[in-house]
Design a protein around this ligand. Structure first.
Ligand code: NAD
Length: 483
């Protein structure tokens, strides 16, 4: 019987029992409590670790070809549960339902892509210059502790689970406490696909009761986290004590540079679509706009028209184009950032406040700020909401310097028709990913990764599986040589 409320999974047993008080899960579109999430603590962690050891012994010895078959079955299960997953995502975090179904499809594709990588996981054999043979063998790093956020509550854990399982690792996943039912259904998909007990386990609840115990455990050899730079930095420091591998997909504050030769109306329409997608709660969302002064007005007019056309409301309604913010704390932060920018001289062209919600909920109006000075906090602090900060430039060298003037380095965008300019912008923008004339940076077949304070390690593409592998070198000489 599929779960309709959040559960944890330890070994192959689902449960809700805990001595810790449960946490309420709130529907952000209405502000109403949906259900409670059972909170796991150090005892649950200890039990999960014991099962993970047994699971690792079985799964790491399973041939890559067989692991691939199971990964493909997980993809099939996700597709079979697409409607349940889509509804759970929309209800728990407030994204418009049609996009939630798309997230289920993309999560399934992650497992299919990584199944192929499991089938192609070979070592190398080469002659040693000292005689004999060198065997280089990929080995799974071991037990992985994975922590995923609420903004893409299915595809982000899938980006961790798929390469880890393909490599032969086992995973203890803590989904966000805001999206625990999505994590539960994902666990059910893994179980239904036939994974042995202890290979994927789900611990639910408050991070402080789970992550320190997991990260301190010697048996956990890898930590994979997606979330803010603040928390990522803390988990990296904790992981250092037992010298664990880490992958950190952290915050972003993406610049967009509009060159005067760009297709300005097309760029403005596309930019509005991506800026307000998921209510701006996307790590790669464009948030600092550097517009050439000759085309700034034309861009702003089209961008404002698109922003005014956004229809906020119930994420399950087909008419809705933007849902609520996932939590009320984000509303306070956005209001603070907007009013501080205005106090420093920015002009508020649209929005700037909490929106009237027809049925309650945490809605923030699509917001456009113009002439935002570089000193405004919103130019350095990630807004993670539906706020676009526009500013102009006259010299491209100066625009690139301003775009790079942040600790973040996840995504950057530029719009131009000049091939020379495309090459220059790709080379000079300091970020892990650059979109030229588009915003489509998330590909299964290419790395998704940040530089500077935006992260460490790679998710996506052929390199992603290496994050979960250690390469062992064995030098074999047929005879012991004379000393
Ligand atoms: P957050 O770091 O506060 O929380 C993210 C997740 O981490 C949540 O599930 C939270 O419960 C959990 N968490 C918090 N403290 C933890 C701890 N001590 N141990 C383990 N887990 C812990 O961030 P947020 O504000 O909720 O999420 C948005 C942030 O995530 C933004 O900065 C955004 O850019 C970033 N993000 C990055 C990517 C990427 O791929 N680079 C993708 C999505 C979101």
């Amino acid at each position: 019987m599929p779960a309709t409320t959040p559960h944890y999974l330890i070994g192959d047993t689902w449960g809700t029992a805990s001595e810790l008080p449960p946490m309420p899960v709130i529907n952000p579109a209405t502000g109403e409590a949906l259900y409670d999430v059972p909170c796991c603590g150090p005892d649950h962690v200890a039990r999960a670790l014991a099962h993970a050891e047994t699971g690792f012994a079985a799964w790491s010895a399973t041939p890559g070809w067989e692991r691939a078959r199971v990964l493909r079955r997980i993809a099939e299960e996700i597709t079979r549960r697409r409607e349940d997953l889509g509804r759970a995502i929309a209800t728990e975090m407030g994204r418009v339902h049609s996009m939630c179904l798309g997230e289920a499809d993309s999560a399934a594709e992650n497992f299919v892509w990584m199944a192929g990588e499991a089938e192609r996981l070979f070592g190398q054999t080469l002659p040693s210059r000292f005689g004999g043979q060198l065997n280089i063998t990929p080995e799974p790093v071991g037990i992985v502790a994975a922590f995923s956020p609420w903004n893409f509550p299915l595809s982000l854990p899938a980006r961790k689970l798929a390469p880890a399982l393909a490599a032969g690792c086992v995973v203890i996943l803590r989904p966000s406490e805001q999206t625990p039912l999505v994590g539960t259904i994902l666990g059910e998909c893994c179980q239904a696909a036939g994974l042995p007990a202890g290979v994927v386990q789900i611990l639910q609840g408050h991070p402080d009761h789970i992550s320190p115990a997991l990260i301190e455990a010697e048996a956990v050899r890898k930590v994979s986290f997606t979330g803010s730079t603040r928390v990522g930095r803390m988990l990296m420091a904790q992981s250092a004590r037992t010298v664990k591998r880490v992958s950190m997909e952290l915050g972003g504050h993406a610049p967009l540079i509009l060159c005067p030769d760009a297709d300005v109306p097309a760029a403005a329409k596309l930019a509005a679509k991506f800026k307000f997608m998921n209510s701006g709660q996307v790590c790669g969302s464009p948030s600092r706009f550097f517009l050439h002064e000759d085309v700034a007005e034309e861009f702003t007019d089209v961008f404002l028209t698109e922003a005014r056309a956004i229809r906020m409301g119930d994420p399950m309604s087909p008419e809705t184009t933007m849902g609520p913010m996932a939590s009320p704390a984000q509303l306070d932060k956005l209001e603070r950032l907007v009013s501080e920018a205005v106090a420093r001289g920015a002009t508020l062209r649209l929005g700037g406040t909490r929106a009237e919600a027809p049925n309650g909920g945490f809605f923030f109006a699509p917001t456009v700020l113009e002439d935002v000075p570089g000193e405004a906090a919103i130019m350095t602090e990630e807004p993670f909401g539906p706020v676009a900060s526009l500013t102009t430039y006259s010299d491209l060298t100066e625009a690139i310097a301003r775009a790079n003037n942040t600790d973040y380095g996840l995504a950057a965008y530029a719009f131009t028709r000049s091939e020379a300019m495309m090459r220059r912008l790709s080379a000079e923008l300091r970020s892990g990913m650059v979109g030229i004339n588009n915003f489509l940076l998330s590909h299964l077949e290419a790395p998704f990764s940040g530089v500077k304070h935006s992260g460490v390690g790679i998710e996506g593409g052929q390199m992603a599986i290496k994050e979960y592998l250690a390469y062992k070198t064995t030098h074999i000489m047929p005879e012991t040589p004379a000393a």
